[in-house]
Design a protein around this ligand. Structure first.
Ligand code: ADP
Ligand code: MG
Length: 628
């Protein structure tokens, strides 16, 4: 029988295709199954219009069989089949797609979901097969045909006996090499894995005889029970893409189980989002917010992104472009029929649709989280405990470009409410005369609450946000303001409230010698000494003037010690406090003692500010000297 040459421009195209288009050899199975599914779809379409056929949807199936001895893998479908012309035109011509033509011809009449479009998928089988045999008979055709090819040097076609319409693709799997173990594609567990991975939502059953190993009956109780292998016919794919279903037809349990199985979590998701959009782009998405970050979330191992499907076939396992940085903890699936896929279905040639989808999804996630915040505060608090920090980074990432998308999602502890509040709640409660949103940074709510600087504001009925996370300060700096109110750290600046403890001019005058003496004594240790406006019952506090706060100084010392970022230290003293009066008296009576007082006050201010002492034992010596 004379061999026919492939019709494409160059035979080399086939070689090129086989060896360079696909990065993963395993996708050949996805391509063959997609073709089988397309063929069945076409047959279903015909069955709709041809009653005589007597076929119903449930009669269709895709069968896979592997024969390890013969090293063959067979994919069989009872779809539309091919006649001689089809074989010549579709399998004999690289980059010709019968499916694409079919879709073009029928697109107007019926809405059919056909996967094929490039006419190259079939050839991917040559990545793993040294020879391919196709036995097929087309619906309404007189005869069946057998098509055979060993790759680039052509193919043969001959008639063969076949009863009903079908296509059987038989792959003669390549021999194993040192680098490539092609034999694994004959293992039923491997095939089952690949079907689950790429073709789980093909809408027709994919059936295979799977080998199972069971304990031989009667040997269960023995020390070393015997095993026997049996084969079991199984449907490998689950077929029902939950995201294609109507929300009201899916139970919470189904969603939960789906999430746990698909995303390897033990716990059900904290929140489930299902959305279907039709318009400029059409897509369906099923998204999950986990209970808490997975253990590897902050490592390189964590692969952010959503699974991307096109008409039920997996295109990408984690498409990072679908999620903004601040929502990268979201898990889920996006399925869109109108993605512009490239020829290998691995990458996208244009990312315009993808961009629109990702923008829509980000908005959707934000709205859903806001609803959760409004309707189920307890759940939201739980969510924020796990993911708040990532959300807060969202205000800082990309030079603050996304800050509007996250600012309403923040929670901070409130001094007056004694619980977490949002910025909206804070600004709604603000007094009319209050100019700023006050905040204080510190190690914990408790330490901040005890800071001398917070006392006066709290007593005057002001609300302060206690920020305990390293990122908080950067977040607020990036926001700058909320509802047109600027943020102000009470540890850095003058709070500018109506009733301060501003000392009278007389008192200022009176204590100017103390200010000068303390400043002289402390020298380089402080940048300035001032009479305080915000202290009430405490003698001293340390304030950071200018842009750098003590928290930032501590943070920078950890991440970039050589930069030596230092806050500008101002020691504030409270002239109404007896310790300051005692210092004043000592300056006149015993300057040596007064100098020790100054050192002590400074050390105390450092401790309260959460800064380390340069000389802790020197400090305790000073305290002990007071006993004598
Ligand atoms: P595509 O699926 O993108 O069209 P393929 O190379 O995968 O390209 O397949 C080429 C063509 O061969 C298909 O469009 C279809 O017409 C035909 N074909 C492939 N597999 C089958 C099959 N199992 N049954 C019927 N026709 C098939
Ligand atoms: Mg195809």
């Amino acid at each position: 029988m004379a061999k026919k040459q492939f019709k494409s421009e160059s035979k080399r195209l086939l070689d090129l295709m086989i060896n360079s288009i696909y990065t993963h050899k395993e996708i050949f199975l996805r391509e063959l199954i997609s073709n089988a599914s397309d063929a069945i779809d076409k047959m279903c379409f015909i069955a709709l219009t041809d009653d005589k056929l007597g076929l119903s949807r449930s009669d269709f199936k895709i069968e896979i069989a592997s024969d390890k001895q013969a090293r063959t893998l067979t994919v069989r479908d009872n779809g539309i089949g091919m006649d001689k012309e089809d074989l010549e035109n579709n399998l004999g011509t690289i980059a010709a797609s019968g499916s694409y033509n079919f879709k073009q011809q029928n697109a107007k009449t019926e809405d059919i979901d056909i996967i094929g479009q490039f006419g190259v998928g079939f050839y991917s089988a040559f990545m793993v097969a040294k020879k391919i045999v196709v036995k097929t008979k087309k619906y309404k055709a007189e005869s069946g045909y057998i098509w055979q090819s060993e790759g680039a040097d052509g193919y043969t076609i001959a008639e063969c006996e076949l009863e009903t319409p079908r296509t059987e693709i038989i792959l003669y799997i390549k021999d194993d090499t040192d680098d490539e173990k092609y034999g694994e594609f004959l293992e039923s567990f491997k095939i089952a894995d690949l079907v689950k991975k790429y073709s789980d939502y093909i809408r027709f059953p994919i059936i295979m005889d799977v080998e199972t190993r069971k304990i031989k009956p009667g040997t269960e109780d023995e020390d070393t029970p015997e095993f026997e292998t049996a084969t079991e016919t199984r449907t490998l794919n689950s077929m029902v893409p939950l995201w294609q279903k109507n929300k009201k037809d899916v139970t919470k349990e189904e969603y939960d189980d789906f999430y746990k199985e698909k995303f390897y979590d033990f716990e059900p998701p904290l929140h489930t989002i299902q959305t279907a959009v039709e318009g400029v782009v059409t897509y369906k998405a099923l998204l999950f917010v986990p209970q808490k970050p997975p253990y590897d979330y902050y490592t390189k191992e964590y692969k952010p992104g959503l699974q991307l499907y096109s008409s039920g076939v997996m295109i990408m396992e984690s498409c990072a472009d679908l999620l903004p940085e601040h929502f990268r903890f979201v898990r889920g699936i996006v399925d869109s029929p109108d993605l512009s896929l490239n020829i290998s279905r691995e990458l996208l040639q244009h990312d315009r649709q993808l961009k629109i989808i990702s923008q829509n999804l980000a908005k959707k996630i934000k709205t859903e989280l806001q609803n959760l915040l409004k309707n189920n505060r307890e759940e939201y608090e739980k969510f924020f405990e796990g993911f708040g920090r990532i959300i807060k980074y969202g205000a800082v990432n990309n030079f603050g470009l996304d800050k509007d998308q996250v600012k309403d999602l923040f929670l901070f502890y409130s001094s007056s409410e004694k619980k977490n509040v949002t910025l909206a709640e804070y600004t709604e409660r603000m007094k009319e005369s209050q100019k700023y949103i006050y905040y204080a940074l510190g190690e914990s709510v408790n330490t901040i609450d005890k800071l001398p600087q917070t006392e006066l504001l709290k007593d005057n009925g002001y609300e302060i946000l206690y920020l305990t996370d390293e990122i908080d300060e950067f977040t607020l700096q990036s926001l700058r303001s909320y509802n047109e109110k600027d943020f102000r750290s009470i540890l850095n600046e003058d709070p500018e409230i109506e009733q301060t403890n501003e000392p009278t001019e007389e008192k200022q005058e009176d204590y100017s010698d103390v200010v000068a003496f303390v400043k002289e004594t402390l020298g380089q240790k402080v940048d300035d000494v001032e009479i305080s406006k915000k202290l009430k019952s405490h003698p001293v506090c340390l304030t950071a003037k200018g842009g750098v706060s003590f928290e930032m100084e501590k943070y920078m010392a950890q991440v970039n010690p050589t930069a030596n970022v230092k806050a500008k230290r101002v020691l504030e003293i409270n002239p109404s406090h007896p310790a300051i009066a005692a210092t004043k008296a000592a300056i006149a009576a015993n300057p040596e003692k007064a100098a020790k007082y100054a050192e002590l006050l400074y050390s105390q201010a450092r401790i309260i500010a959460g800064l380390n002492l340069d000389d802790p034992s020197g400090y305790t010596d000073l305290v002990c000297e007071l006993f004598i």
